[in-house]
Design a protein around this ligand. Sequence first.
Ligand SMILES: *[C@@H]1O[C@H](CO)[C@@H](O)[C@H](O)[C@H]1NC(C)=O
Length: 415
Amino acid sequence: MAAAMWARVSSLLLLLLPFAATPSRAATPARSPPAYTAVFQLQGDVYPTGHFYVTMNIGNPAKPYFLDVDTGSDLTWLQCDAPCQSCNKVPHPLYRPTKNRLIPCADSLCTALHSELSSNNKCPSPQQCDYQIKYSDSASSQGVLINDNFSLPLGKSSIICPGLSFGCGYNQQVGKNGAVQAPTDGMLGLGRGSVSLVSQLKQQGITKNVIGHCLSTNGGGFLFFGDDIVPTSRVTWVPMAQSTSGDYYSPGSGTLYFDRRSLGLKPMEVVFDSGSTYTYFTAQPYQAVVSALKGDLSKSLKQVSDPNLPLCWKGNKAFNSVFDVKKEFKSLFLSFASAKNAVMEIPPENYLIVTKNGNVCLGILDGMVAKLNFNIIGDITMQDQMVIYDNEKTQLGWVRGACSRSSKSTMSSFP
Ligand SMILES: *[C@@H]1O[C@H](CO)[C@@H](O)[C@H](O)[C@H]1NC(C)=O
């Protein structure tokens, strides 16, 4: 698992990060509509961290936890002292479940969770909802569904603390028991299912079921629940498609171009997954991109082996950032037939990284190696644009803009 850092898809993972807790402030009572928007600052980056995560304050009194933002799965969960059978070393003290807040087996969220998790999930006892979740990189977590209060910042100094259901994970299989340092305390599941945190917020009339993120190429960025800060113009919208590869967020099938030149590929189904650090293409588009890039490469770049990613090049001098080498590469484009002029440009900084060794590496990976049979648009490709998952209107949107500044000043860079 640790060896395949770059092959991570929607999972918890393994790097030490600095501690930065945001304390919660005074509570403001909230009632029914109009729905609110909650905005969170993000930390992390594509490289070297491999995650974008949010600090979520949970419990009563609230304590901070780092949660990996994952639009590719539904269940939010924390490594949990229930007591813990197998937990990683996590950034904060293990979450302790509040007494009497177990979700019973008969609860509709338990039924929904069990039907979303394909493996034979069932309840050994009616008082609680046991589950086991597996991720595509073969990490897994076993736990019980519980309910506790989440502090959600609603702008200014107002905070709302709804009770939300999530997993208390007491048996994680990632690396050796306890030996592995995880960079986050758990996952923030923002998928399409009813267990998803934003589905629950919608159910309680708190926010609309709209999620947006803005991941910065400088690291950090912001995340929001609700639709107040979705720009009213310039956003490219496409209808959400029924993904054949599960209940993922999919803009449907797109045709891939290299520098506006056709690669002669059939339209490919893609999904958006913030839990995936890199982008994954199936065999044909992957090979087509690699040969197009190699055929177009300047003589100053030489292929080199780098432990970080499978395909890397070095220049005459070590690169400091992808912006040093961007001019040597061209943009890819994904053009979606499901809406007019729906094109996602993928400029070099959305498919390349520069490693600590000063090499430039391709951040589009061969899905075959990760045993994937569909295409994933991961964090690297979603950077420096606001990506909006609108479950109210069942559409997905994107608009380019700077994500590095505070959410407030960034908002003004989106018309
Ligand atoms: C915590 O959540 C419960 C259940 O939704 C709710 O009744 C309670 O008021 C919440 N506590 C606070 C401090 O908001």
